[in-house]
Write a protein that binds this ligand. Structure first.
Ligand code: URA
Length: 215
């Protein structure tokens, strides 16, 4: 059964390099070191797309040749908010792109039986409500953790939330977009479906275990 969602709210970051790297990540023989590096690289590609609409302002600059007017980002403040623990793997790539960003954390664990998310830790920058929040988690499966994290951020007054995942199941996308009318989603792949254990198919397995070598 196909799952419907509004594709105009989803940015598919499917650059050829992204697709190539994602295939290496899917390979069960790829070890933790390479997997971690690839998570970081794909986060950087996604960050590039997720910041595409940042406004610019004129910036005078003197080159070795003459004075001219360049452009600089016009004061959009950013918070990167990884959903623990797998989201941590995406933070460094985004910080390379946006070094001035602050990092908040939202800790969710998934009940192995009910698959329901439970929040066990949250800490945001004090001015999070003034920032664009890039919520990051490599896998969007049922959407439970993502919607719980989004609810938490909305309750803190965050207005601009962008969810960056690497692999998404259609079920998770529909859940997140249906839950919050304003969140924007970025993903490198929309996979086929969830299996009975709520893993993404074909997916890449448990991203947290592969990042941290806890298989
Ligand atoms: N979380 C993961 O790490 N992988 C999945 O396939 C689903 C949830």
């Amino acid at each position: 059964m196909s799952v419907d969602f509004d594709r105009s709210r989803v940015t598919l970051v499917d650059h050829p390099l992204v697709q190539h790297k994602l295939t290496i990540m899917r390979d069960e023989n790829t070890g933790s070191k390479q997997f971690r590096e690839l998570v970081k690289e794909l986060a950087l590609f996604e960050g590039y797309e997720a910041t595409r609409d940042f406004p610019l302002e004129d910036a005078p600059v003197t080159t070795p040749i003459c004075e001219t007017t360049g452009k600089r980002i016009a004061g959009r403040k950013v918070a990167i908010v990884p959903i623990l623990r797998a989201g941590l793997g995406m933070v460094d790539g985004l910080l390379e792109l946006i070094p001035a960003a602050r990092v908040g954390h939202v800790g969710m664990y998934r009940d192995e039986v009910t698959h329901e998310p439970h929040e066990y830790y949250a800490k945001l920058p004090s001015d999070a409500d003034q920032r664009i929040c890039l919520v990051v988690d490599p896998m969007l499966a049922t959407g439970g953790s993502a919607t719980a994290a989004i609810d938490y951020l909305r309750a803190q007054g965050v207005k601009d939330i962008r969810l960056l995942v690497l692999v998404a199941a259609p079920e998770g996308i529909a859940t997140v977009l249906g839950h919050d009318p304003d969140v924007r989603l970025y993903t490198c792949s929309i996979d086929e479906k969830l299996n009975d254990a709520a893993y993404i198919v074909p997916g890449l397995g448990d991203a947290g275990d592969r990042i941290f070598g806890t298989l």
